[in-house]
Design a protein around this ligand. Structure first.
Ligand code: SF4
Length: 449
C-alpha cells in the first residue's frame, strides 16, 4: 500500500549559523529509498527560503551565486545554560507560524521523520518536535541524524520523539515501518555498496541553487577530535562512473550547476575516485562548479591533482590542517605535516589558485592548546601562501579526545550538549582568553606578515 511519510529538516538554534552548502543529505537519501519502497514522501525544510517569509515583509537573506549564503533568522531567548554568553541567540529558518501552517496541510500523514545535525543544536530539534506533536498529536515521530547518534540517550530521554534512531538510518527505518505498520520491505539496498542506494529525493527541495554529492562514507583516518568513524563505521566508496552519472542526471534534470562534496575523504587514493571522476566529467563536457566545505586531505595534493581540480572548476577548496604544532599533529592522528602544507600550496598556486582561494582549517580551543600555538599556525599558513580559517573546537562524545575534553572543560559537557557549542570555546585553557581569540580571529582575516 505504502505510507505517507513527512521528512522534516529542523531549525538551527545557535549564536551563529551560515548556510555553507548545508542540505539534509541523509534525510533526502532516506526519501529516495522510501519512494523506492512504494511510500509517498513529503518534505518541510525549517531552514527554507520560504516565500511566506518575504510576504511577511522580512528581508531576503543575502545569497551567493555559488549556492551558499545567510539564513532567515530571528533572535530568541537563550537557554538558561547559555545565559552567560554576551551574544544574541537565534532561531535560523522560517517562523514557527509558517511551520505550523505547513504542518496543518499534512493531517493525513502516517509518520514523521526528523533529522538532526550538531549536538548543541538540539533545542531547534526539540522545538520542531513539540510543534509536530501539537499539530499532529497521533502521528509517530522518528528522530535520527548526528545528534541522535552521538547523544542517543539524551535524545531518547528529552526529545519527545517516539523513536530515536542511532547510526545509519536506511535499514532501521524500513524495519521500523514493518514493525509499526506491517509494511513489507520491497527494496533493501546493500549497505556495503553505496551505488545500490537510490538517488536522494532532491526534487523535494523548493529552490535548488546547489546540490550535495557524496562519493563515499566515512574516512580511513582516525583523528582524535573527529566523529567520522562513529557516524560511519567503515570507509566505503562509490564507483566514480556512477558518481558522474548522478552529477549528469541532476544537472540535466534540475539545471543545477553548483555541487558541494560532502565527503570526509574525497581526495584519498586519488586514482580510485577523484582523478577518474573528474576525467569522466570533462569527457562528458559538463559545465559544473564544485565546492568542498569539508576539509580535503592535503597529503594527496600533487601537481597533476592541483591542475585537475583547477581545470574542473573546483571553486571552493578547503583543507584540514588543524595545527602547525608537530607534537599535536602526531598526537591527534598525524594526517598531515607542515611540509605537506607547504608543498601542497605551491602546487595549487602553480595550478592557478590564489591565496584567498586556498582555505586552511585550523582548530582553535583544543584542550591544553595555547593561543600562541594557534597564532603560530595562522602565521605558518599565511607564510605558505594560503588563507587560515579558524574552526573553534567543539567536543564530540565518543571521540578519542572526549575524555580529555571532559577533564579540560569547566562546563558539564557530559550532561548538557549545549556546552559543546563551539562559540563557548568550551575546552579552552585557562590562559587562553576570549580577548586572545578575538586577536586570533583578526590575524586569520588579514595577512600581516
Ligand atoms: S578529521 Fe578528516 S581526516 Fe581526520 S578522521 Fe575526520 S574526516 Fe578523517
Amino acid at each position: 500500500m505504502g505510507k505517507k511519510i513527512l521528512l522534516i529538516n529542523p531549525w538551527i538554534h545557535d549564536f551563529a549559523a551560515y548556510d555553507f552548502w548545508l542540505k539534509p543529505l541523509g534525510l533526502l537519501y532516506l526519501g529516495g529509498l522510501l519512494r523506492q519502497n512504494g511510500h509517498q514522501v513529503h518534505f518541510i525544510d525549517c531552514l527554507d527560503y520560504h516565500p511566506a517569509m518575504l510576504a511577511k515583509g522580512l528581508k531576503q537573506p543575502q545569497r551567493h551565486a555559488y549556492g551558499r549564503g545567510k539564513f532567515f533568522r530571528q533572535v530568541i531567548p537563550k537557554p538558561d545554560s547559555l545565559k552567560m554568553m554576551p551574544k544574541n541567540y537565534c532561531r535560523y529558518g522560517i517562523t514557527p507560524e509558517i511551520f505550523h501552517e505547513e504542518l496543518k496541510s499534512y493531517q493525513d500523514i502516517d509518520i514523521v521523520l526528523i533529522t538532526s545535525m550538531m549536538t548543541y543544536w538540539y533545542p531547534g530539534v526539540f522545538k520542531t518536535i513539540k510543534i509536530i506533536k501539537e499539530v499532529l498529536p497521533s502521528v509517530p515521530v522518528v528522530l535520527g541524524g548526528k545528534y541522535a547518534t552521538l547523544c542517543s540517550e539524551h535524545a531518547a530521554k528529552y526529545s519527545g520523539a517516539d523513536f530515536v534512531i542511532s547510526g545509519a538510518g536506511e535499514k532501521q527505518i524500513l524495519n521500523l515501518l514493518q514493525d509499526v505498520f506491517g509494511e513489507k520491505i520491497s527494496f533493501m539496498p546493500d549497505e556495503e555498496n553505496l551505488d545500490s542506494f537510490p538517488y536522494p529525493a532532491f526534487d523535494l527541495i523548493r529552490k535548488i541553487d546547489q546540490l550535495p554529492i557524496t562519493t563515499s562514507r566515512g574516512c580511513p583516518y582516525r583523528c582524535s577530535y573527529c566523529s567520522s568513524h562513529i557516524l560511519n563505521k567503515k570507509f566505503l566508496r562509490r564507483d566514480p562512473l556512477k558518481v558522474a552519472d548522478e552529477i549528469e542526471y541532476w544537472q540535466k534534470n534540475s539545471g543545477v550547476k553548483n555541487f558541494s562534496f560532502y565527503d570526509d575523504a574525497l581526495l584519498v587514493e586519488p586514482d580510485k575516485m577523484i582523478i577518474p571522476l573528474l576525467n569522466e566529467l570533462q569527457r562528458r563536457n559538463l559545465s559544473c562548479q564544485f565546492h568542498c566545505p569539508n576539509g580535503l586531505h592535503l597529503r594527496e595534493i600533487n601537481q597533476e591533482l592541483s591542475d585537475l581540480l583547477y581545470g574542473s572548476s573546483f571553486k571552493t577548496i578547503r583543507f584540514g590542517f588543524e595545527t602547525a604544532d608537530f607534537q599535536r599533529q602526531t598526537e591527534t592522528g598525524g594526517k598531515v605535516k607542515n611540509e605537506e602544507l607547504q608543498r601542497g600550496v605551491s602546487y595549487l598556486k602553480k595550478a592557478g589558485y590564489k591565496t584567498e582561494e586556498i582555505g586552511i582549517y585550523l582548530l582553535c580551543g583544543l584542550p591544553h592548546q595555547s593561543a600562541k600555538e594557534v597564532r603560530d599556525s595562522i602565521d605558518f599558513v599565511w607564510e605558505c601562501g594560503a588563507k587560515p580559517m579558524l574552526a573553534e573546537y567543539s567536543p564530540i562524545p565518543g571521540t578519542k579526545m572526549w575524555a580529555e575534553a571532559v577533564i579540560a572543560s569547566p562546563f558539564d559537557i557530559q550532561g548538557e550538549p549545549l556546552y559543546h557549542n563551539n562559540s563557548l570555546l568550551p575546552c579552552r585553557s585557562n590562559d587562553f582568553s576570549f580577548a586572545d581569540y578575538t586577536k586570533l580571529k583578526a590575524a586569520s582575516r588579514e595577512k600581516h606578515i
